[in-house]
Write a protein that binds this ligand. Structure first.
Ligand SMILES: [Zn+2]
Length: 389
């Protein structure tokens, strides 16, 4: 649940691209569309204007290569966020490239404002350094008499990386500039929630200005640019609101013990049941996120996560027993019954969806799941709600 994006948010339809430094890299289908638009723009207008007299094929090859290099620059920006996050003790679930750029999904939050600022600033800094190096390379290529098409392509890439760095510094969450502002306000006020709230309010002004500029552009003839600007502004507006809401919920859960959101008692199931017996096609009672298992002699035989079971196609559920999916206790995160919910969410991040075992001393007493936390979060937004002690 507390997955922060360093970059703009992203939807679910992603295509896996591979792994770099142990980071899962994927892209959204919108990226392919934008890749072709960039290559087309370069091949048909940018490059012919900058370096005339080349064949159509040469322009297209340069355009396709240039667009790919542009995405490598974008990837370098996101990888820098991810690596610095990891150095600062924040788990990274992956990097997704999409329509508006890239997003690095973090599992949990940095422990201090300074760490958050560091994780954030390294992205735009990387883009600006790449841009600066690109300008240097373009000048050197020009001086050495390299083909004009190649020098123009490098110069264009330099400009695009500088634009990427500067655009991301706009102080509108979830852009890097907004997150830097939020870290600054967090440092000043001592409260992360106050930081996010302040940064979102400032971001709303910038987002509204972008929308107004877009409408003005569209009205005065530059329809595509105008619609694009307004769309980005609208996106920033809604993403900022969502982040503000999420941070508020997390702040309300601060000081609330795990016991307030857990499901108890822990249910122990015979591990020889088939998946179909636990998850009948017709539904039945809402299943729990994690169950304890026991074998035929009554001995504990691990745990099973609902997420692994529902991933199995219904016809195959008859042929698999729960023991096929048994996990050792070490594979399931645990939390103490008295632990602060906010701290558990920070610690386990997205693993909450798979279920967390709740212990009281050495005894297993219940489970904590995303559904349980969501229920408590909904209750806590009702006026007059009292924080459970
Ligand atoms: Zn960034």
């Amino acid at each position: 649940m507390p997955a922060n994006g360093y970059g703009l948010g992203v939807t679910n339809q992603t295509i896996r691209l591979g792994r770099i430094f142990g980071l899962e890299i994927s892209c959204n289908w919108t990226l392919l569309l934008i890749y072709l638009v960039i290559a087309w723009t370069m091949a048909t207008s940018v490059l012919p204007a900058a370096a005339g007299g080349q064949s159509t094929l040469a322009y297209w090859v340069a355009g396709l290569v240039g667009a790919a290099l542009f995405y490598l620059g974008l990837l370098a920006h996101e990888i820098s966020h991810a690596l610095v996050a990891r150095l600062n003790g924040v788990r990274v679930t992956g990097i997704t490239l999409w329509l508006f750029g890239g997003v690095t999904q973090l599992d949990g939050q940095p422990a201090s404002a300074a760490r958050e600022a560091l994780i954030t600033v390294v992205g735009p800094a990387t883009s600006l350094v790449i841009g600066g190096a690109g300008f240097g390379l373009a000048a050197a290529l020009g001086a050495l008499g390299a083909p004009a098409l190649i020098a123009s392509l490098v110069a264009w890439l330099a400009v695009m990386n500088v634009v990427l760095g500067v655009f991301n510094l706009i102080p509108a969450l979830p852009l890097d500039g907004g997150r830097l502002l939020s870290a600054l306000l967090w440092w000043r006020t001592g409260s992360r929630q106050a930081g996010v709230h302040g940064a979102v309010r400032v971001g709303q002004v910038f987002a509204s200005l972008l929308i107004a500029a877009g409408v003005l552009e569209a009205a005065t003839g530059a329809v595509v640019t105008g619609i694009w600007l307004a769309f980005v502004g609208w996106f920033l507006l809604s993403a900022g609101r969502a982040e503000d809401r999420q941070t508020k919920v997390l702040a309300r859960l601060k000081g609330v013990p795990v016991s307030a959101a857990m499901a108890a008692p822990l249910i122990r199931l015979p591990d020889w049941l088939t998946v179909d017996q636990l998850l009948p096609a017709g539904g039945g009672q809402a299943p729990l996120a994690v169950y304890a298992l026991q074998d035929r002699t009554g001995q504990p035989s691990g745990f099973v996560s609902l997420m692994d079971l529902v991933a199995l196609a219904p016809p195959a559920r008859i042929h698999h027993r729960l023991s096929d999916f048994a996990l050792p206790a070490s594979a399931v995160p645990t939390a103490d019954i008295q632990e602060d919910l906010d701290s558990v969410l920070r610690r386990v991040g997205g693993a909450l969806e798979r279920g967390v075992l709740v212990v009281n001393g050495s005894e297993l007493v219940g489970i904590l799941s995303g559904a349980g936390v969501a229920r408590l979060a909904a209750q806590s937004s009702v006026p007059g709600w009292r924080r459970p002690a």
